[in-house]
Design a protein around this ligand. Structure first.
Ligand code: NIG
Ligand code: FE
Length: 408
């Protein structure tokens, strides 16, 4: 039997492994795949010798860059309706908080999502997922959180899982139990938090629909104590967490996330040094979401220099959602991470590969090109990896391999 299934030769390879070389560039120009795994990385001359002997199929890359498949580690891809009217209101000076407090915002997407059937939810999510995939994305995290009742949360998670069966992409599902307080619990917050943290979480987890949990810890959403109740319940079930932390104010949510060993703390426009140090100590990834920062026209970017100095890994993601980041382009987000937040292109690309993998607990599987890792990679017609960040509205992706198989 041939030792490889297929080999790509004549490429430039940015493995995104941490080290001295920018973008983890390796002195090799060929990569071979066996099954779902990267089997070998080395010189084209050696690859050609072995392929000739064994009749292995060859892809000639002619200088294309091969880089790890991009990972979008924070999305709300499944939802009904859109929020274009809210966009118009915000442009007239009404704030996101005001809209939320008046029953719009997340609540209006909850109404539209409850009304949509599961097939429709899956179909609109697939359209959005395909846009990401066209830009080299091979793994997407998808949150629930627009159902806020058990039945709709379940349907959202099922629709997210369905993407993986319909499309050549890997999906991680997150139960965003605490996103907003639904109208029917207006007078009973405690009971809602108890339902989410008790029977609803147990039921969704038992159905195998929950890879991790998430909570929106914010003055317009849930308190530290409420968030902690949920995180504690998840921990008992052995589930890791993400936390929407410090998007509009610093309530200490990043420290709470760190205390629970969360996979990630996300947004972090409002974060002090204690929070950054706590994230570093717990190995929690800071997920930066420039699309939401841009859409809300926020004035305070996340403290990137502080995170860098503290040694906190920084991921970047679209936060694709109808309210604060109606964006299905990871490449645009890479540009914004540099232009708006001051990441270097190397940091931004690491943020959508190596660090995004860690934010999903998948660092042993994906996010870098190494022998034994999953063969998820994209081929780019560019002269340098920084071009993934430099261009605006340009997609130089010319091929994607997911689990060892070329997408068509
Ligand atoms: O990540 N912050 C909370 N959740 C989303 C926004 C959801 C919405 O406005 O629909 C976010 O920005
Ligand atoms: Fe979000």
């Amino acid at each position: 039997m041939a030792e490889w299934d297929r080999v790509w030769v004549g490429a430039r390879i940015a493995a995104m492994v941490a080290g001295a070389e920018p973008y983890g560039k390796v002195a090799a120009d060929a990569l071979a795949v066996k099954g779902e795994r990267i089997a070998w990385i080395g010189a084209a001359s050696e690859a050609l010798r072995r392929t000739a002997e064994q009749g292995i199929p060859i892809e000639r890359c002619e200088g294309l860059w091969i880089m790890p498949g991009l990972i979008d580690c924070h999305t709300h891809l499944v939802y009904g309706g859109n929020r274009v009217e809210e966009f118009e209101k915000r442009l007239c000076g009404v704030s996101y908080e005001e809209i939320a407090r008046a029953g719009g915002g997340i609540q209006s997407t909850v109404r539209a999502t409850r009304e949509a059937d599961t097939e429709t939810l899956a179909a609109v999510a697939a359209v959005r997922a395909k846009r990401l995939m066209a830009e080299g994305v091979t793994t997407i995290e998808v949150k629930s959180g627009y159902g806020l009742d058990l039945a709709t949360e379940r349907r959202m998670l099922e629709a997210a899982r369905a993407l993986e069966h319909e499309l050549p992409v890997s999906i991680k599902t997150t139960y965003l139990g605490l996103h907003a307080l639904p109208g029917e619990y207006r007078d009973d917050r405690q009971r809602f938090v108890a339902q989410v943290s008790g029977p609803w979480l147990e039921s969704l987890a038992a159905a195998g629909l929950v890879d991790a949990v998430d909570a929106f810890c914010e003055n317009i959403a849930f308190t530290l104590d409420e968030t902690e109740t949920f995180l504690a319940a998840a921990k008992k079930l052995g589930l890791r967490a993400h936390v929407h932390a410090g998007q509009l104010s610093d309530m200490g949510a990043a420290e709470l996330a760190a205390r629970y060993g969360a996979l990630s703390a996300d947004h972090l426009e409002y974060l002090d040094e204690r929070g950054a140090k706590a994230l570093r100590a717990s190995g929690t990834v800071a997920v930066l979401l420039p699309g939401a920062y841009y859409t809300l026209r926020q004035a305070t970017p996340p403290p990137v220099a502080m995170l860098r100095a503290a040694g906190v890994p920084m991921a970047v993601s679209t936060d694709a959602n109808p309210g604060t980041s109606p964006c299905n382009s990871i490449l645009l987000i890479l540009n914004m991470a540099c232009t708006l937040f001051g990441l270097t292109p190397d940091e931004a690309v690491a943020g959508a590969t190596r660090h995004a993998a860690r934010a999903l607990g998948l660092q042993e599987e994906i996010g870098t090109l190494e022998v034994g890792k999953r063969a998820d990679f994209a081929l780019w017609r560019i002269e340098s990896p920084a071009e993934l960040c430099y261009n605006l509205g340009v997609n130089p992706c010319v091929g994607v391999v997911h689990r060892g198989r070329a997408r068509h």
